[in-house]
Design a protein. Structure first.
Length: 331
């Protein structure tokens, strides 16, 4: 996002009309430059009303991400995190992995208004227009090796479910291994990436995307049913307060995970499990599938599937899960 577009966005964020002339004057640029900045913002997914004689306006006010505001909401927890907010990055996970390699401490947070290459698992894309979502990554350092960190994505899911319920979201559910759903539709994605030696220590970068208020254009791009907090909570929450709340819950869950692994969080995960006792199909990287009945997760976060050949356990890795029935228990 160019500096002018960023600055125009800050003015439009109040939801009022701003004339092209006033914006041009305020930034000491031409009206054509303002028009280009508005086009740039539209290309990032922002809906902007243009009314002849009145100017430009957002459909509703937008609270932009602001480090000081997040720290205020964190209160006494603020000292646990080092927060960086950027207008635009390729992928918060990719940048934070670089910072981790350069020695950034655990608790480092990178949040972005706009990701040009937001990532999901298996090279999939994460879509969100400016202001539509909360996208950020958190670096956490573990003394143990990656092998001891299975179940980490599930622990993150529990933290997210707690935070979203505290924000007022009803009927939040978890889909193995790492999605947060609302009424069967994806509300948040989690991408956990690890760096370090097999025996430890390990740097974990936990990337999170939470849909706050999705536009129709973004929904069309997503390719699967998506939900947002505006629907789940009845109103779109303040993203700075939301980030603070999620960070506090992540801190609690990751501290517990570092000490005792996934087991203490397992029962809670299972309470949120949207496919509990439902028929599901797992798809493996080679395209083969296995259907059965979902029987929860193990102490290390593996998935338990009851098949004709008995109970089998699957590690998350590169497996995708789909409901075998047309609806699931959240519908
Ligand atoms: P799946 O959710 O398909 O089982 P996954 O958990 O591996 O697989 P992720 O890697 O977490 O998926 O996320 C990438 C997928 O999420 C994309 O392929 C797309 O279908 C979906 N997606 C992308 N952006 C959004 C969004 N803003 N909200 C909901 N879903 C999204």
């Amino acid at each position: 996002m160019k500096a002018l577009a960023s600055s125009v966005l800050k003015r439009l964020a109040d939801g009022s009309f701003h004339s092209g002339e006033a914006l041009a004057r305020a930034h000491e640029v031409s009206r054509a430059s303002v028009w280009h900045a508005v086009r740039e913002l539209e290309a990032m997914g922002l809906g902007i009303y243009k009314v002849r004689g009145r100017g430009y306006r957002l459909p509703q006010p937008l609270t932009l991400l602001d480090r000081a505001a997040v720290e205020r909401h964190l209160g006494t927890n603020a000292g646990r995190f080092a927060i960086d907010v950027r207008n635009e990055v390729a992928s918060t996970n990719a940048v934070l992995l670089e910072h981790a390699a350069a020695g950034a401490p655990g608790g480092t947070v990178l949040a972005a208004e706009w990701q040009t290459g937001g990532r999901g698992r298996l090279g999939r894309a994460w879509h969100a227009g400016v202001g539509e979502a909360l996208t950020f990554s958190l670096l956490w350092r573990f003394a143990r090796g990656a092998g001891a960190l299975s179940g980490l994505s599930l622990a993150v899911g529990v933290a997210l479910a707690r935070a979203l319920e505290a924000e007022g979201a009803q009927a939040v559910g978890l889909k193995w291994p790492n999605d947060v759903l609302w009424r069967g539709r994806k509300l948040c994605g989690i991408l956990t990436e690890l760096a370090g030696d097999a025996l430890g220590p390990t740097a974990a970068v936990v990337g999170i995307g939470i849909n706050v208020r999705l536009s129709d254009a973004t929904r069309d791009r997503i390719g699967q049913p998506a939900a947002d907090l505006e629907s789940a909570c009845g109103a779109a929450p303040d993203r700075n307060r939301l980030l603070a709340r999620v960070l506090i819950e992540l801190h609690r869950a990751l501290d517990s995970f570092a000490q005792s692994g996934f087991e203490p969080l397992r029962a809670e995960w299972q309470r949120y499990h949207v496919h509990r006792d439902c028929r599901v199909t797992l798809t493996f990287p080679d395209g083969t599938r296995q259907s059965g009945r979902a029987r929860g997760v193990t102490e290390d976060g593996s998935f338990l599937l009851e098949t004709r050949a008995g109970l089998k356990r699957y590690h998350s890795g590169e497996i995708s899960l789909r409901s075998a029935a047309t609806t699931n228990r959240q519908d």
